[in-house]
Design a protein around this ligand. Structure first.
Ligand code: ADP
Length: 263
């Protein structure tokens, strides 16, 4: 089994004002997936411009101040849930049109978190879909949280990767992002950032690039999840899904394309 993440930065235009899909990337990646030899495959995708702007605007996951604030957050929940669902439909359609038997899995319909971490998530249905030869496609969404002070929160695709990796024990976990892997600092901002071929722990990260290592934003959250996964023996690799052929190579079990996160 392979778990593949498609970053929101890859399949959407991340900084667009309105939610918008990067169809060039999406359709090319769907074709690469269809032409790879993966047996059991689960796809997890991020939300990019379909989720983050709304989650931020409505401050979903922050402490609820009063009834009025909760009502506003619920409106934001409903709006965000609707947009990420639209993105998921586009992803599933593109996959199917290219010959992949995609089935949509909506996190907000069956996952509950506690303090923003997955608390309940029944994988029976996903296992059944895999057994029948479907490719389950799940995504970053908004969910109900058991902590009464927040009640709802954002569930990232990266946390889903951690949970699935832990509970389904896949042979490979591949994360496609818009950069070649983990660098000593943000490669979008610093021309002298260096790509790291392997990361084993946060300490190792600090040691490797001396005091200069700086992982921020989405990459930081991603890396923290992947290091937790590595601790329990599940290795993962971050690759650049924006580069033609990289997803296909990774699904065909080629290693060392980007940054490997392992124990
Ligand atoms: P995705 O949507 O692909 O899951 P994000 O957009 O959330 O990923 O995070 C990837 C981004 O993290 C990159 O585009 C990059 O600009 C940023 N980033 C910050 N620090 C680093 C780093 N040290 N190495 C790589 N990327 C980094």
């Amino acid at each position: 089994m392979i778990i593949l993440k498609l970053g929101g930065s890859v399949i959407t235009k991340k900084d667009a004002k309105e939610p918008s899909i990067n169809y060039d990337n999406l359709n090319r990646i769907a074709e690469e997936i269809a032409n790879s030899s993966s047996d059991k495959l689960i796809i997890v995708h991020g939300a990019g411009s379909y989720g983050h702007p709304f989650a931020k605007e409505y401050e979903i996951g922050s402490k609820i101040k009063d009834e009025e604030d909760f009502n506003r957050k619920k409106l934001g929940f409903s709006i965000t849930q609707s947009w990420v669902k639209k993105l998921n439909t586009a992803v599933c359609d593109s996959l199917r049109e290219n010959g992949v038997l995609a089935v949509s899995i909506q996190p907000s319909s069956f996952i509950i978190t506690k303090n923003k971490r997955i608390y309940s998530c029944n994988l029976d249905l996903i296992n059944k879909y895999l057994k029948y030869g479907f490719v389950p496609v799940i995504y970053g969404d908004v969910v109900v949280d058991l902590d009464e002070s927040i009640k709802i929160c954002v569930l990232s695709g990266d946390q889903i990767i951690k949970y699935f990796g832990e509970n389904l024990k896949p042979e490979r976990v591949v994360l496609g992002s818009d950069v070649d892997g983990i660098y000593t600092k943000d490669p979008k901002k610093y021309g002298d950032a260096e790509l790291m071929k392997k990361v084993t722990s946060i300490e190792d990260l600090i040691a490797e690039g001396s005091s200069n290592v700086d992982v921020t934003g989405g990459m930081k959250g991603k890396l923290l999840e992947l290091i937790e996964l590595a601790k329990i023996g599940v290795e993962s690799e971050i690759i650049n899904a924006g580069r033609e052929g990289s997803i296909k190579r990774a699904l065909n079990l080629e290693k060392g394309i980007g940054t490997i996160v392992k124990r």
